[in-house]
Design a protein around this ligand. Sequence first.
Ligand code: ADP
Ligand code: MG
Length: 272
Amino acid sequence: MTQPILELNDICYSYHSLKGETDALSHISFQVKKGEFLAIVGPSGCGKSTLLSIIFGLIAPESGEVHFPRDARNEEDEHSQLKNCPRIGYMLQHDHLLEWRTIYKNVILGLEINHQVTPEKTARAMELLKDYGLYKFKDKKPGELSGGMKQRAALIRTLILDPEILLLDEPFSALDYQTRLSVSSDICSIIRSAKKTAILVTHDLSEAISLADRILVLSKRPATIKCDIPIHLTVTGTSPLASRNAPEYQGYFNQLWKEISDESHMPTPPDD
Ligand code: ADP
Ligand code: MG
């Protein structure tokens, strides 16, 4: 986990509309190492989703650049259709499963679009459905599944395309608290065991501390990087739920709360 797979250099972005200009991002620079799990937190409306859209290439920065250093990439990337651009998976808050397709058909949607429906890939889809407890539900429609199951299906749909970098924009926020804990824990172990590089936007500080190797705190809009906090938890076991019992956890929580509340005028945290 040494070389950067992604570099952002001095990114600025504003939205322009008839109502005027909204400055969203101001001089954002950071690197993400291969295999790293980065969380991004910041006040609502500060520009977090805009930042992910720029990394994904949905919108172009006004100034600055997004760079994917080649050294950190796999050899097969030489043949990638978009030169210098790694495969990026983007998972949003809502699962965006298509209601008229079965879970299996939803999971292989990206393969169909990319003309990659091969026996190996469909076998892999079945394997992932089994691993994540969805095999029995593969012929059901999304409406017949719980929120957590649908979010797992959306993750499999993203993972089956074998992305090198996963962008996760508040993927658990539509779930109830208990489901959220177990789905975020599952999804984290899936991402770690697949050794993916991940960038998670979340407003849940506990989730950020328990899942990430490093947390970027953004200021209020236009977002700048307020601080960059590496997370080291001494815990036995790797489950994100267990990490909430680490002795360092409360210190990180208080530090993050202070940084965020300075930005959004939140009250001081409750005592332990
Ligand atoms: P976050 O994800 O941190 O909540 P966003 O990146 O979605 O914030 O938005 C940052 C700012 O840009 C917000 O003030 C939002 O209202 C504004 N914004 C987002 N999308 C658009 C758009 N398409 N046109 C104009 N303003 C936008
Ligand atoms: Mg957002």
